[in-house]
Design a protein around this ligand. Structure first.
Ligand code: TRP
Ligand code: SF4
Length: 400
């Protein structure tokens, strides 16, 4: 089995809340036990939209790392780093920009969408147009195979795949590529060589994706093969050149069911969040003042959980029995709304308590957090440097 390398980033633009926890962070915590993981603070990406409020970024970076750690992202299992502390990302971004058609960037859907959504900001900048390409550099520099993202980010991963393909096509055609690929097939040995040829034919003639996958898996397993030969075999398999920058796949983050206080998706822009650092009395107050089914004007009026955002919280936090209790009690006016909200308040507080305790420990000891990040940056940089060596070489920049 090929080793999966998972990479994901988050922009430091404010406090993390329960929506981030249930959507992204719990997923990261799970992934760190299953794969090699790299998680980073995308501070340059934050600057593309917040270039005129840099103080927001500065304040958010360390707080965000603390929230990650408090939520259970473990530096022993994942590499945690800051984008701007691995300047190789910027170098790759510049080099990739040489082969990036302007039209590809202009047609990424988030470009126009975000410009319209954030109309109060002037986003007609070079940096904002290049947002997806910077993201491609983030991903390709680590040869990440899996990128966990939300639905809105899928076009960016697809864009990244196109960039990788174009790069490999232009720069993977080393002199004598075919001959070298043939020699590599010989090195596989008779049986595997024949299998490779068969799978390659199946893929190229009929587009058989399964054949492609089995050949890739076989190549990955070969211990005695050099990295260069593996890249040639992978490239020749698909009919292109040597694969210098592998195409990543996205891994759609299961949509968070965490609703906001008004029943819409929890989001800072809707002003309906419970932050991970929210004080317990504020949590209680926010839930107590949540709107409920408008039909329940008096305590004796029956209601319908389907029309109430509190019910959505019960769906996240309550077991069958308690959900039953809500359904019945609400529809028969057997319980009042405050009574209904109490177990939710308790559940949210119980969830936040250990997170806040850990956050307090890290907040008290800033050197601890800085050390985690310094180590992560060092590890990330080592990987980034290796890729850049190859990229510079094929782009004619490794002359002495
Ligand atoms: N654009 C991503 C977001 O807004 C953040 C991001 C930047 C990212 N670089 C990345 C995510 C690389 C995954 C991989 O959520
Ligand atoms: Fe909502 Fe519960 Fe009140 Fe019904 S009883 S309206 S579900 S808060």
């Amino acid at each position: 089995m090929a080793v999966e390398r998972v990479l994901s980033g988050m922009r430091p633009t404010g406090n993390l809340h329960l929506g981030h926890y249930h959507g992204v962070l719990k997923n990261w915590v799970k992934l760190q036990h299953e794969h090699e993981c790299l998680f980073f603070v995308a501070d340059w990406h934050a600057l593309t939209t917040h270039y005129d409020t840099p103080e927001v970024i500065e304040e958010s970076v360390w707080e965000m790392v603390i929230d990650w750690l408090a939520a259970g992202v473990d530096p022993a299992n994942a590499t945690i780093f800051i984008q701007s502390r691995v300047p190789e990302h910027a170098e790759l971004h510049t080099l990739l920009s040489m082969i990036t058609p302007l039209s590809w960037l202009e047609r990424v859907p988030t470009y126009k969408d975000q410009q319209e959504k954030l109309a109060s900001k002037d986003l007609s900048t070079y940096g904002f147009l290049g947002y997806p390409l910077l993201q491609s550099a983030d991903i390709l520099i680590y040869k990440a195979s899996q990128v966990p993202v939300g639905e809105d980010q899928i076009p960016h991963i697809e864009f990244t795949r196109e960039i990788a393909r174009r790069f490999n096509h232009i720069y993977g055609r080393e002199p004598g590529f075919e001959a070298k690929a043939m020699a590599a097939i010989k090195k596989l040995g008779g049986k595997r060589g024949a299998f490779y040829e068969e799978m390659r034919t199946a893929y190229q003639e009929t587009g058989d994706e399964e054949a492609l996958e089995s050949a890739r898996a076989m190549i990955d397993e070969q211990q005695g093969l050099s990295l260069g030969d593996k890249e040639r075999l992978l490239g020749y398999l698909e009919g292109g050149g040597k694969i210098i920058l592998p195409e990543p796949d996205y891994k759609l983050t299961p949509a968070s069911k965490m609703p906001g206080l008004d029943g819409q998706k929890m989001s800072k822009s809707y002003n309906n969040t419970i932050s991970l650092r929210e004080a317990p009395d504020v949590v209680a107050k926010k839930i107590k003042t949540m709107p409920t089914d408008p039909a329940r004007i008096r305590r004796t009026d029956p209601g319908d959980p389907a029309k109430c955002p509190v019910w959505q919280l019960h769906e996240v936090y309550s077991d069958e029995a308690r959900q039953q209790w809500v359904q019945e009690g609400c529809k028969t006016a057997g319980i009042g709304c405050i009574e209904c909200k109490t177990p939710v308040i308790d559940a949210v507080m119980a969830e936040l308590a250990p997170i806040q305790a850990r956050a307090a420990q890290y907040a008290e000891d800033p050197t601890l957090v800085k050390n985690v990040v310094a180590e992560g940056c060092e590890r990330a940089r080592k990987l980034a440097r290796e890729t850049m060596r190859d990229v510079r070489e094929v782009m004619g920049l490794s002359y002495s």
